[in-house]
Design a protein around this ligand. Structure first.
Ligand code: KG4
Ligand code: ZN
Length: 338
């Protein structure tokens, strides 16, 4: 159909090189992700220089694969979209420059997308968004409650004051000598253990929607350290289960409270930690009791991908919010800018 609008989207903000072709903001024609996890694993985290180098090597191949799998040519496209920020500056620049070159060569509009807007719009690939809505964003770099009264309008009502939840997962996992990224490993261990260890919950001020996970992370590290000094055995499974219970209790309670106070029609969960089995179960159980539709993307749309960037870009395409060739990678990009 001639009216169909196709976007080629590119994502290189961290350690996945990704490209996707999205139709009308909600249909995936292709979604290619090249993960670099194996290269970063031995360093226990993402090494920015290595990430940039891999992006340079992969980007052309991944874009070509996305175009081929979607069976489209550049003349079929309505725009090129790319993650503008936040993320690692060197990594962002690879995607931004590839997008700029393609937009220039094929005379297509260029759209700069906020990475978190992408995570939120991953949900639009599952179902139509209904406003007002609230999203719990839980990733390696972000923990936020984001309110939206309409498409493209983001209001951060709460955020972490220290570590992002994914970061806390990865640090606790590292202490337990689990491989990077540690989130999925803690999640798995948690199902094998029982939450018998008393760990803190950071509720902060009574009406606050902010989060804090550094105290919990330190409490886990101290618990392990003290047990070691006393020569006591501590079960990694029970520690993982206790940590996960503490994280989930706070995330779910604050999500419920925000959903009710803002009287939303939908509640979304977004970001890599949305893949967490325990969080998905607890959110589903608790939101079933409220009359609010809960949407959690399938696992392949929770972690970084370009399909979500294409979905978010469609809103900007409809509003003709294009970026000129001055587009640059912006590690500190603000979600509320629109
Ligand atoms: O959204 P994402 O892919 O990248 C960022 O934008 O940060 O999120 C990556 C984060 C990592 O910290 C990883 O450990 C965490 O998501 N993660 C999980 C799970 N799967 C991925 N954390 C807890 N449980 C999981 N199942
Ligand atoms: Zn992400």
């Amino acid at each position: 159909m001639d009216d169909d609008k196709l976007i080629l989207a590119i994502e290189t903000s961290c350690d996945e090189t990704a490209a996707a072709v999205i139709k009308n903001g909600n249909e995936i024609l292709s979604n290619i992700v090249a993960s670099q996890i194996e290269s970063h694993k031995r360093f226990g985290g993402v090494v920015p220089e290595i990430a940039s180098r891999h992006h340079v090597e992969q980007i052309t191949v991944i874009i070509e694969e996305a175009m081929n799998e979607a069976n489209v040519t550049f003349s079929d496209l309505s725009a090129i979209a790319v993650t503008e920020g936040p993320g690692l500056v060197g990594a962002l620049l690879i995607g931004v420059n590839a997008a700029k070159a393609l937009a220039f060569a094929h005379d297509l509009p260029l759209i700069g997308v906020h990475h978190i807007a992408g995570h939120i719009y991953a949900n639009q690939l599952i179902t139509d968004l209904k406003f007002p809505l609230m999203t719990l964003v839980v990733s390696g770099g972000h923990t936020e409650l984001v309110y939206m009264k309409e498409h493209g309008n983001f209001e951060v009502v709460g955020e972490t004051r220290d570590d992002a939840v994914g970061e806390a997962y990865d640090k606790v996992a590292r202490t337990l000598n689990l491989p990077y990224p540690g989130g999925p490993h803690i999640d798995r261990l948690a199902t094998e253990g029982t939450a018998t260890i008393d760990l803190p919950r950071a509720w902060l001020e009574q009406d606050s929607y902010d989060f804090s996970f550094s105290g919990l992370k330190s409490a886990v590290i101290n618990t392990l350290h003290n047990a070691k000094q006393k020569g006591m055995e501590i079960s990694n499974e029970d520690l993982a289960a206790s940590f996960q219970e503490s994280v989930i209790e706070v995330l779910v309670e604050k999500s419920k409270r925000a959903a009710i106070e803002y009287d939303v029609k939908q509640f979304l969960v977004a970001g890599g930690v949305a893949a967490n089995k325990g969080l998905r179960e607890k959110m589903t159980e608790q939101f079933a009791k409220l009359d609010i539709e809960l949407i959690i993307p399938p696992l392949y749309l929770c972690t970084d991908n370009a399909a979500m960037i294409g979905a978010a870009a469609f809103v900007q395409l409809e509003k003709k919010q294009f970026t000129g060739y001055t587009l640059n990678g912006n590690p500190g990009l603000n979600l509320e800018r629109n």
